[in-house]
Design a protein around this ligand. Structure first.
Ligand SMILES: NC(=O)c1ccc[n+]([C@@H]2O[C@H](COP(=O)([O-])OP(=O)(O)OC[C@H]3O[C@@H](n4cnc5c(N)ncnc54)[C@H](OP(=O)(O)O)[C@@H]3O)[C@@H](O)[C@H]2O)c1
Length: 325
């Protein structure tokens, strides 16, 4: 009955509509196949080829910022395991010494430490440049990052302008200046890898972490532009934008499939280098991102905002309780 009515209305156009419908379904099926193939290529092929273990061919040394904890420390450990000498850069000399001793002991590679506070602005880079002089650097991991203490409205952040400048220096100036210092050497030998750690907050606007979110967009766009400019000259610039990983920054301790340990995350991300210029770095995060892409943007934004608002309220309540006790 319904079919007859539709046929009566559409008349001779029925076949054309069927063809258009078929073509549309085929288009989306093909698109899905291509994206699945890309995911397979990146994660399966990278793992099979052991790309993470082969980065030594790019140069003898790897330089890692924010290298004494979390994701940065894992990049340092795993690049050392692949046989690369490691330059560790962070604020705290005692932590740098501990990580250098651990890495040197386990992997029998050379280590070098540079104590630098990236929130200090441009004054730190002459020293870093001098200390890196003459090293054959194959990999630079721009990992250091700073987020908020807890999610908050832009104008309600205590001492906000200091935090904004710190966020810009630690998240953006660092990536720009470190790349500017290290990439000329890579260009000269026509090989090298720069890995920039952005964030899912740089892919999905994250209200209540607004300045952090905007900084990570900067990191993503800088990476994509630099990769475009230099990939034909032998330098791969990769942007890795993780979702949640168990580290001090997230204060998450219990790992799960979707919230991996830093070790699991970096093992996966290292195998995507040179295969994907912009990546979540970790397959379950890629699936999460695809699923989020299906949800209407307004709904996703509302969910994100409400979620962070309750995180903010909880954090403030906890801080108030601590203060009064
Ligand atoms: N964890 C996640 O879920 C997640 C998700 C998305 C993106 N990310 C990004 O991943 C990167 C690493 O985050 P993480 O979670 O591994 O952080 P983390 O565990 O807090 O480690 C931060 C590292 O950076 C160093 N550091 C912090 N401030 C510094 C400064 N001003 N100058 C020099 N070094 C500094 C710290 O050592 P010292 O304190 O000794 O200096 C430490 O080694 C960041 O760019 C972050 O935005 C993380």
């Amino acid at each position: 009955m319904v079919a007859d009515t539709v046929r009566a209305i559409l008349g001779s156009y029925t076949e054309s509509f069927a063809v258009i419908g078929g073509l549309t379904v085929s288009f989306f099926a093909l698109k899905l196949c291509f994206s699945m193939l890309k995911v397979l290529k990146v994660y399966a092929l990278g793992r099979l080829a052991g790309i993470g273990r082969s980065l030594k061919t790019k140069g003898e040394w790897a330089v890692i910022t924010g290298a004494t904890d979390g994701i940065g420390k894992e990049y340092a450990r795993q690049l050392a395991k692949s046989g690369m000498n490691i330059v560790l850069i962070s604020r705290t000399q005692s932590k740098l010494d501990d990580v250098a001793a651990e890495i040197g002991g386990v992997s029998r590679v050379k280590t070098k430490t540079i104590a630098a506070d990236f929130s200090q602005g441009t004054s730190i880079y002459d020293n870093i440049r001098n200390q890196l002089q003459g090293l054959d650097i194959g990999v630079l991991v721009n990992n250091v990052g700073l987020s908020y203490e807890y999610p908050e409205f832009f104008l309600d952040i205590p001492d906000r302008e200091k935090l904004f400048i710190d966020l810009l220096h630690v998240n953006c100036t660092s990536v720009t200046m470190m790349s500017s210092i290290v990439m000329p050497g890579m260009l000269k030998k026509k090989k090298g890898v720069v890995i920039n750690i952005a964030s899912a907050s740089g892919v999905i606007p994250t209200p209540l972490l607004s300045v952090y979110s905007a900084c990570k967009v900067y990191v993503r766009y800088l990476s994509e532009c630099l990769n475009y400019e230099y990939v034909d000259k032998g330098i791969n610039v990769q942007c890795v934008h993780p979702y949640f990983v168990c580290t001090n920054m997230t204060k998450m301790r219990k790992s799960s499939l979707f919230i991996p340990t830093a070790s699991t995350f970096v093992k996966s991300a290292l195998n995507t280098v040179t295969l994907d210029a912009v990546t979540c770095g970790y397959l379950p995060h890629t699936f999460m991102e695809s699923a989020l892409g299906i949800i209407p943007r307004s709904l996703a934004d509302k969910f994100q905002f409400n979620n962070l608002l309750s995180v903010s309220k909880r954090a403030k309540k906890k801080a108030a309780a601590k203060k009064s006790s």
